[in-house]
Ligand binder design. Sequence first.
Ligand SMILES: [Zn+2]
Length: 324
Amino acid sequence: MTSYPDDILRIHAYAALEPGPRLLVLGGVHGNETCGTAGIERTVAEFDSGALRLLRGELTLVPVCNPLARRLRRREGERNLNRLFRPSDPPADYEARITNRLCPLLDRHEVLLDLHSFQSAGEAFAMIGPRDNDGPLEPFARAFEEGQLALHIGTPRVVEGWLDIYAAGLAQRAGGLPPDEAALAFGWGTNEYMRSRGGYGVTLECGQHDDPAAPAVAHAAIHAALRLLGMVETPPGAPAPSRPSLLRLVSVTDRLHAGDQFVREWATFDPVAQGEPIGMRDDGQMLHADRDGFIVFPNAEALPGTEWFYFAVASDRDLARPAG
Ligand SMILES: [Zn+2]
């Protein structure tokens, strides 16, 4: 097994002589998420053996973005690398030093595929950013391309709207005041940084951390991205992308007290009907779904004052169609 020392980032780069798209693939942003690393190592081996050939453009792959967290087999080294993701001087901690190395790499690419896995049981899903907009929070003009990437990765579900809801959660906690810039910057991960630099990016959650199928999901996603971008040959007869169900995050609910309890064990994407009980506050107040939707990222162990669960509804966005 390849070793990943704490003080070095291993970066694999392939540049075809024919110009084309510039794709960056990240694995191991969270140390205990190994599927992306496995998918990247397998892809690198395929390029090295000649089984895959880069036709055009540039492909860069970082198998382990947080080697300290990987060595510790934890999500984080000193903190979550996927927050506050932008350059800083001087860097305040280990993850800030990594961020300072990774940001210039993101700057040189236009497409990001960030490979993750998750704690609770559930199927793989992709996370995309906002629709095209020129608002202050996350202005964006490449929603169609980003949606195409998510569509071709082929997960059964795609989730949109994370930063909006993160910002709304901040405002809630601040008693309705608009979140300040520093607090918002905390919500920035790799994709938000990529979009801010004129590129686009998809986060792929490949499955549960220890799901033996997750590395193959990561590997297939890298191939799908390369084919979509015309960077490798598409085998004849490759199937058209299926239609994933698309969910839009609409709210986040904080756990307020260690006595706040879910009414049952929720898994991500469990459907709930309007009026259905979700959890009970410490003081006995019952929380109900205020509309039909889905529980997303439930965290029964959330620290008081942090995100307990997100709520999503079916989205009306069509990834196959340019925005209009
Ligand atoms: Zn992760």
